[in-house]
Design a protein around this ligand. Structure first.
Ligand code: PMP
Length: 463
């Protein structure tokens, strides 16, 4: 079968989609009367749909994934060459790209040491949860089993990661959830007025202290892990307040709690450093990553740990219950690390971290300039090419605009040829953050085109 290309009649593809596909995260009723969206080609920052319409992709494949942009022939070639040589062997054995990518990755993560391969961000997080649980059994007779997660953070769509899910609407109808996961409050300075007792001064320390309060309530001897995004992604692009991370680390140390940083979105350059945690001087015990690791050219995710964590699984070597009793079948696919190695080379050789910092600053500056004109923008947040603009009906009360209005802004941008995103609703009525996460190759012209489309869309929707 030949794969249809741009310019050909794609009626069969669209009808097959309508008849048989179940897309992620959307209501399908409208597809009874309108065509589902089918993406056909991509090059650099741009994508073409089945109707041949070109658009700028300001969200890297919809969910902040295609960090190095579309159409990278050198990644395709690296994957091809690896696949014809050795496509797969269970990860109880190693592979050439698996070993080499682990080495390159660890070079970017001082203090970290071991890479466990798996398929998706959810699974990488589950691996960290399982390691934390097993350590609780090995070191604390099973007692230190609880894992803390934060309001508004997201860690995946499996049952355990949903149990650690801080976005209620993604979780609500899927219970009962797994026990042993406990929520801590968010650290969103812009909405501190909704948190009882939150101070104006030293909010970051206060927000971190709320985690300590939960630990004390639960009993420190029952809490084994704390899982946090460095910058909360889908929960509203929440950059951490000053002083937050230092305090979080002190608390983890004080109560012997393992710190798990979820870098599924922030990892591999998105925020302008290799990893988001590296902005804040954090020393994690676990770092999980997925999306940008191979920019979507192959499925690969990693759960990375320190040597100290790894060592805990080597003691009592004669006891078969003592090693990490886990397998991920496709963690042995070699396409992932082969693509990831080339992905990393591209980021380095093309200076994409530096570009991300520069273009991220430009995005934030453009959005802040729009605040002068559009009173509906209440707050602009960003770290590298990972930016959000929060829309409010009233700057004083910070009451969010409606989801319908946000959808109208996103739709207007789409009509102008720019794909942007909006954050997931965490509390009813709060799906009000426009999200931008373009590929790290974005130019000044691309950024200006993206924020220009937002300007026009805001005028159309809000006047
Ligand atoms: N963690 C974070 C922060 C995410 O944003 C996501 C996905 N959006 C995941 C974990 C889950 O990754 P996956 O969809 O690959 O399972």
């Amino acid at each position: 079968m030949t794969i249809p290309v741009l310019g050909n009649d794609l009626t069969e593809v669209i009808e097959a989609d309508r008849a048989h596909l179940w897309h992620h995260l959307i209501q399908h009723k409208p597809f009874e009367t309108v065509d589902p969206r089918v993406m056909v080609e991509g090059k650099g920052m741009r994508v073409w749909d089945a109707k041949g319409v070109e658009r700028i992709d300001a969200v890297s494949g919809g969910v902040w994934t295609v960090n190095v942009g579309y159409g990278r022939e050198t990644i395709a070639k690296a994957v091809y060459e690896q696949l014809v040589k050795m496509n797969y062997f269970a990860n109880s054995a190693g592979s050439i790209p698996g070993s080499l990518f682990a080495k390159r990755l660890i070079e970017k993560m001082p203090g970290m040491s071991r890479v466990y391969y798996t398929n998706s961000g959810s699974e990488a997080n589950e691996k960290a949860f399982k390691m934390i649980r097993q350590i609780a059994h090995k070191k604390y007779g099973g007692k230190k089993y609880k894992i803390l997660y934060r309001d508004r953070d997201y860690h995946g769509g499996t049952l355990a990661t949903m149990s650690a899910g801080g976005q209620d609407e993604r979780v609500m109808q899927y219970g009962p959830l797994a026990p042993g996961f406990v929520r801590v409050p968010h650290c969103m300075e812009y909405r501190r007025h909704q948190q009882d007792g939150a101070p104006v001064e030293n909010y970051g320390e206060w927000a971190a202290d709320q985690i300590e309060q939960v630990i004390l309530r639960e009993g420190p001897d029952t809490v084994g892990g704390l899982c946090l995004e460095p910058v909360t992604a889908g929960g509203g692009v929440i950059t951490p307040p000053e002083g937050y991370w230092d305090r979080v680390q002190e608390i983890c140390k004080k109560y012997d709690i393992l710190l798990h940083i979820d870098e599924v979105v922030c990892g591999v350059g998105r925020t302008g450093t290799w990893f988001g945690y590296q902005h804040y001087g954090i020393k994690p015990d676990f770092v999980t990553m997925a999306k940008g690791v191979a920019s979507g050219y192959a499925a690969i995710a990693c759960c990375v740990t320190t040597e100290a964590v790894f060592d805990m699984f080597k003691d009592n070597a004669d006891d078969p219950m003592n090693y990490f009793r886990d397998i991920s079948t496709f963690g042995g696919c070699t396409a992932g690390p082969a693509a990831a190695l080339e992905n990393m080379r591209i980021i380095e050789d093309e200076g994409l971290l530096e570009n991300t910092v520069k273009m991220g600053e430009r995005t934030v500056a453009n959005l802040r300039a729009l605040m002068e004109k559009h009173r509906v923008i209440g707050d602009v947040r960003g770290k590298g090419l990972f930016c959000g603009a929060e829309l409010v009906a009233d700057r004083q009360t910070k009451e969010p605009v409606s989801e319908k209005q946000v959808a109208a802004v996103v739709g207007e941008c789409f009509a102008q040829g720019v794909i942007i995103g909006s954050s997931n609703r965490s509390v009813p009525g709060l799906n009000n953050v426009l999200c931008l996460s373009p590929a790290l190759i974005a130019t000044a012209d691309d950024i200006d085109a993206i924020t220009g489309a937002i300007d026009t869309a805001l005028t159309k929707v809000f006047g």
